[in-house]
Design a protein around this ligand. Structure first.
Ligand code: COA
Length: 381
C-alpha cells in the first residue's frame, strides 16, 4: 500500500504555524514585545487594572469612565457561586490538586449556567463574564474548604485582585499587595496563540460551548511546560533551599543531567520575555518589604547561571514564583492564579473563533505498519 497523495511536511509542535488572524494581542518574539489591542504591556502594567484590561481585551478599546464602572460592577455582581457548585466544591477531596479542582469546577459551572445551551454571541459573552468573575471564587473556595475553613462570600466593595486575596486570607489585603496581584493579572491576561488558548479555540471550533472550551484550556494550562511552570519554579527554589547548595551549582547539575530548568525558555521569545522584568521588580521589592529576600536572591543567581551556561532568558513564570510566595500564596495556587488572569484572553479568543469559525483539524503522518492480514484470534500464535 502506498500513499495516494504525498502527506505535507510535518511541523513538530506546530512551531511557526499560523492558524488564525488575531486583533487581540501581538507577541513579537524577536524584539521581546507584548501588545494587547495596540497597547504595550509595560504601559498597561503601570497604568491599567485587571478589570480595565479585560474590558479592553473583550471589546477592543479602552472603556470610558462610565463603561469601566459598569463593567466593574457587572463583574463584582457575578462573583458568587451558585449553591450546587459551592456544595460540590466543599466536597472535593481536600488532597486534590487545585488545578484539577478548578478544571472540574469550571465544568460544573457549565451545568448550572442560566445560559447553558445557548451558544449565541450575547449568551456566550454573559457566560464568559460569569467565568471571569467566578473563577477566583472557585479557587479561593476550594483552598479554604481543603484547609477545613468555610468558603467566604465575595466582598462586593473590593476590586478583582483584592477580593481574591480577601477570599483566600479572610481579611482585606494591604492595598500594595492587592496592586501587585492586580498587575500580575494584567501581565498574564493574554498571550497570542499559546497552548491553552489554542486548546480553547480547538474546542470552540467544533461549535461546542464556552464551558467546554475553558475546561479544555484549564487542563492544558496545568502542564509544567505551560502554566504549571510557576509552581515548578517554587519547588525548585525550595529544593535548593533544602539542600543548602549554591543555586548556580544546583542549576549546573540540572543542566548536566539534561533537565529543563522551569521558568526559562520560550517558544516565541528569542530574548527576554517583556513580562519578566516587571515581575523581577515585584520579587525584589516584596523580598525587601517582607524582610525575606532569599527567594529573590536565589532567583537572581539562577538567572545569571542560565544566561551564562545556556544563553536562555527567564519567561513570565520565573519571577512569578517568588512574587506570589512573598504574597503568602501557597505554591499550588500559582497556576490557578494564571488561570484567574488568562480567562480574559480565553474568552476573547472563544468569541473570535465563533465569529470567524472553521473546524481546526490537522493531520498526522502515518508511520505505522501496513498491509497486515487479519488472523482470527484462535489462530494467533
Ligand atoms: N532549561 C534548559 N534548557 C532549555 C530550556 C530550559 N528551560 N528551554 C529550552 N531549553 C533548550 C532545550 O533543551 C533545547 O536544547 P537542544 O536544542 O540542545 O536540545 C532548546 O533549548 C530548545 O528547546 P525546546 O524544548 O525544543 O523549545 P520549545 O520551543 O519546544 O519549548 C518551552 C519551549 C517553554 C516548552 C521550553 O523552553 C521549556 O520547557 N521551558 C521550561 C518550562 C517553562 O518554563 N514553561 C513556561 C513557558 S511560558
Amino acid at each position: 500500500m502506498t500513499e495516494t497523495v504525498a502527506a505535507p511536511p510535518k511541523t513538530a509542535g506546530l512551531e511557526g504555524v499560523v492558524v488564525a488572524d488575531s486583533e487581540i494581542s501581538y507577541v513579537d518574539g524577536q524584539a521581546g514585545r507584548l501588545v494587547y489591542r495596540g497597547y504595550s504591556i509595560e504601559e498597561l502594567a503601570e497604568r491599567s487594572s485587571f478589570e480595565e484590561t479585560t474590558n479592553l481585551l473583550l471589546d477592543g478599546e479602552l472603556p470610558d469612565g462610565r463603561e469601566l464602572r459598569e463593567f466593574q460592577s457587572e463583574l463584582a455582581a457575578q462573583r458568587e457561586l451558585d449553591g450546587e457548585t459551592l456544595e460540590a466544591v466543599r466536597r472535593f477531596p481536600p488532597a486534590a490538586d487545585p488545578m484539577s479542582a478548578l478544571r472540574t469546577g469550571v465544568s460544573l459551572l457549565g451545568l448550572t449556567d442560566p445560559d447553558r445551551g445557548d451558544e449565541g454571541r450575547e449568551a456566550t459573552r454573559r457566560k464568559g463574564i460569569r467565568l471571569i468573575a467566578r473563577i477566583p471564587t472557585l479557587v479561593a473556595a476550594f483552598d479554604r474548604a481543603r484547609r477545613g475553613l468555610e468558603p467566604l462570600a465575595p466582598h462586593g466593595e473590593l476590586g478583582h485582585a483584592a477580593n481574591f486575596l480577601y477570599m483566600l486570607r479572610g481579611s482585606e489585603p494591604d492595598p500594595e499587595d492587592a496592586r501587585v496581584l492586580d498587575v500580575c493579572l494584567v501581565l498574564h491576561a493574554e498571550h497570542g496563540m499559546n497552548a491553552s488558548t489554542f486548546a480553547a479555540r480547538v474546542t470552540t471550533a467544533t461549535l461546542s460551548d464556552i464551558h467546554s472550551a475553558i475546561t479544555s484550556a484549564v487542563g492544558t494550562l496545568k502542564g509544567p511546560l505551560h502554566g504549571g511552570a510557576n509552581e515548578a519554579v517554587m519547588k525548585m527554589l525550595r529544593e535548593i533551599d533544602r539542600r543548602g547548595v549554591e543555586p548556580a551549582a544546583h542549576i549546573r547539575e540540572m543542566l548536566a543531567a539534561g533537565s529543563k530548568v522551569m521558568g526559562f525558555g520560550h517558544r516565541v521569545y528569542k530574548t527576554m520575555d517583556p513580562r519578566a522584568p516587571i515581575l523581577r521588580g515585584f520579587s525584589r521589592k516584596l523580598g525587601e518589604r517582607t524582610g525575606d529576600d532569599r527567594w529573590y536572591r536565589m532567583s537572581e543567581e539562577i538567572l545569571t547561571t542560565m544566561q551564562r551556561e545556556k544563553g536562555i532568558d527567564p519567561n513570565v513564570d520565573f519571577f512569578s514564583a517568588s512574587t506570589y510566595h512573598a504574597l503568602g500564596i501557597p505554591a499550588d495556587l500559582f497556576t490557578p492564579i494564571f488561570a484567574i488572569a488568562r480567562i480574559s484572553g480565553w474568552v476573547a479568543h472563544v468569541e473570535a473563533q465563533y465569529a470567524n469559525n472553521r473546524l481546526i483539524r490537522p493531520r498526522a503522518r502515518y508511520v505505522g505498519k501496513r498491509d497486515l492480514r487479519y488472523v482470527p484470534v484462535g489462530e494467533r500464535g
